[in-house]
Design a protein around this ligand. Sequence first.
Ligand SMILES: Cc1cc2nc3c(=O)[nH]c(=O)nc-3n(C[C@H](O)[C@H](O)[C@H](O)COP(=O)(O)OP(=O)(O)OC[C@H]3O[C@@H](n4cnc5c(N)ncnc54)[C@H](O)[C@@H]3O)c2cc1C
Length: 413
Amino acid sequence: MSFGSEARDYDILVAGGGMIGTSLAIALAPLGVRVGIVEAVARSAAGQPSFDERSTALSRSSQRMFTAMGLWDAIEAASTPIRHIHVSDRGRFGFSHIDAAEQGVEALGYVVINRVLGGVLQDALAALPGIDSICPGRIVGVEHDSDRVLATIDEGGQARTVSGSLLVAADGARSSVREMLGIGASHVDYGQRAIIGNLLPERPHGNHAYERFTETGALALLPVSEERVAFVWILPHAEADALVESRDDEFTARLQDAFGWRLGRFSRVGVRASYPLALSKASRLTAQRAVLVGNAAHGLHPVAAQGFNLGLRDVAALCDCIADRVADGCADVGDALLLERYADWRRDDQRKLVGFTDGLVRLFGDRRRSVSVLRDLGMLGFDLLPGVRRLFARHTMGLAGRLPRLSRGVPLG
Ligand SMILES: Cc1cc2nc3c(=O)[nH]c(=O)nc-3n(C[C@H](O)[C@H](O)[C@H](O)COP(=O)(O)OP(=O)(O)OC[C@H]3O[C@@H](n4cnc5c(N)ncnc54)[C@H](O)[C@@H]3O)c2cc1C
């Protein structure tokens, strides 16, 4: 590896240009701070790990945030609204539903394919002249001097060092930047994989999202365009591996058996892919002149479709902290006070969502009879007590707790 001479200095250096890092760089633009974003995998590469064929259910707070960033019209045009959520337990009596009208909202969330969302975000990023995008480039080292953080970037065998007041690690659940910063993380392997893809149901989806808990794991069907539904099917490793490779008709029959006939006969299943599922949690959110956001801070099981939404709230809170600093005329956006404010703000929301998601996986994964009864009571109670349902809906819509400006739909600039 040779060492290039070009050195750059930023206010904020974003490590990782996936769904969260790219959203952060765009959100920072109105503040007039100098931003550099470093992404390891070329945007057009088939193996881009963030902008792939998965579907993401965007919460109301994410919708508000993209509205404040001026991106919502483009995202809405490429997404499908969820107006009803139906939760059931295969082979048991209980089921629950949440309705957008009952919550007094237009939609409970919006489903968008990551690759499509990635296109909107990357076009927006490319149109912002003040942001330097270093891609493909991988951060391979982090050091500090008295008032800067220095990152070494490998750009196809060439290395260069860039510096910033603040380094934001947005490089995913297996974050190497987090490790370089000396922040530990816990990992719990759920022993499961999520198979994703889409298919055509016989009946119109009617903007319903379905979550069905089965003997082996959860199955979610989300409404997408052209009357298709996207599925996320969680199964033990071995079963998932066999199914992802199985013939289309075999796969469709198994999925039909797991879901039932509420949407009629399934056909025309598309390409499938699978993802190992784990819970990862950073031991702290900050290090000297550095913070963690998105999956680098918390990698969740997709059962409640909350990982990206939670990560966007990290972005919104961080942007609020930085915006206040800029408004005060303070040039340093990476000092200890700012880091502490960010960490204090995010701790509670992250702890609740991690606990809620992990609890759901364990509750619905446990087939013992006593737990099943509890589960049914929970689901019935949930359905019979509108207050409980409303609270749950507010959490899944990302509207609970103290919200930063962007999550309330208030632009920063
Ligand atoms: C099956 C499935 C379904 C899901 N559904 C939903 C949903 O419906 N709703 C929801 O809110 N969430 C959902 N999620 C979670 C969501 O996908 C993640 O929370 C989100 O992708 C996290 O984005 P990120 O940018 O933090 O991390 P990543 O997507 O992992 O991106 C990290 C980026 O950093 C880059 N990188 C890594 N190392 C370096 C380095 N050293 N230098 C430079 N760049 C680097 C990578 O190339 C990558 O582009 C789902 C997850 C799964 C697995």
